[in-house]
Write a protein that binds this ligand. Structure first.
Ligand code: C5P
Length: 308
């Protein structure tokens, strides 16, 4: 049984849940368990949800969120992460999770997975569990394929169904313009509609890793490939339009992130990125979310679940 010791008032921890983009997504066969075998280069970006976790005196898990329509119960992956941590480590106390969301929802930016990973890291601290990053990633894998990556963040290669994660050299810094259209795409939909024939181009992971090692943003831009993109474009042609616009505005490369529909463009110059944000805000309907952030690299920071 684990309890927060020697305290009379609730104790809280704060975590940042960073969003991610995919530099490459390569998809192989569909496995007997229904998942697709994948190989993906993932990158955290400086866009985050604030996650506050407070230890409660009663065993219930409660959630609150600044977005009223977001489910704050078992349907929310962050809630499920708290429940699993509670059960796995026989934690008698409940928690109150306060989500301050900034990451667009159902966007392909791993917002939900990042929140779940933040809950795992946060509860590790709050209840003094002393779990290693590897142990937290293993727990994360039980909740979702992207959660293990979100536990450590940075620049990583993810294989298996996405849950086998290894760190690679950090990506060169860039100004990242993100455009989230006013519709969502669910991950199951994207994989169900994945079309091996339509996805003609496979990423060249070796070349992308070389570009990263050389810190050559232009080459990173050229090597962006997401094999989930063609099926998404067939259903939502605006994704191709946004890509084209970002390239015209000077992006080194542009691609859909994850299962979409968010499209990102990589810019070496801040003025070009700002101009792209302005132009896209003017061009697309007001309900499209347009934002700009930079690469997030936790290397050199504390990475054992204690750092942000
Ligand atoms: O692991 P996660 O819960 O994020 O996956 C959601 C769904 O996306 C899976 O049920 C599956 O339909 C699909 N998926 C897949 N192959 C992967 C990851 C996810 O087919 N590698």
């Amino acid at each position: 049984m684990v309890e927060v010791s020697g305290q009379s008032k609730p104790k809280a921890v704060y975590q940042r849940a960073y969003a991610k983009i995919n530099l490459t997504i390569e998809i192989f066969n569909r496995r007997p368990d229904g998942y697709h075998e994948v190989s993906m280069l993932m990158q955290s970006v400086r866009l985050w949800d604030d996650v506050k976790i407070v230890a409660a005196q009663t065993p219930e898990i409660h959630m609150s969120c600044n977005i009223p329509f977001l489910k704050a119960d078992e349907k929310n992956i962050a809630y499920r992460a708290a429940k699993l941590m509670q059960e796995r480590f026989s934690i008698q106390q409940g928690v109150l999770i306060e989500l301050g969301k900034q990451i667009p929802i159902a966007a392909g930016l791993a917002g939900g997975s990042a929140d779940a990973a933040a809950v795992i890291r946060g509860m590790n601290r709050l209840f003094h569990l002393n779990l290693s990053a590897a142990q937290m990633m293993q727990i994360g894998a039980e909740i979702g394929s992207d959660v293990p990556f979100c536990v450590i963040g940075g620049t990583c290669l993810a294989t298996g169904r996405g849950e086998k994660v290894q760190r690679v050299k950090p990506m060169p810094d860039a100004h990242i313009v993100l455009i989230k259209p006013n519709f969502g795409i669910s991950t199951p939909w994207a994989y169900e509609h994945f079309d091996q024939k339509a996805a003609e181009t496979r990423p060249n992971e070796g070349k992308m890793l070389e570009a990263i090692e050389r810190r050559d943003l232009a080459a990173v831009g050229r090597e962006l490939v997401n094999m989930l993109e063609p099926a998404a474009i067939q259903e939502y042609p605006v994704i191709a339009q946004i890509k084209e616009d970002l390239l015209h505005m000077g992006a080194a490369g542009a691609a859909m992130s994850g299962s979409g529909p968010t499209v990102f463009g990589l810019f070496s110059r801040y003025d070009q990125a700002r101009a792209a944000v302005r132009l896209c805000k003017g061009k697309y309907p007001w309900r499209y979310q347009v934002m700009c952030c930079r690469v997030y690299s936790p290397v050199g920071r504390r990475r054992n679940g204690k750092g942000q």
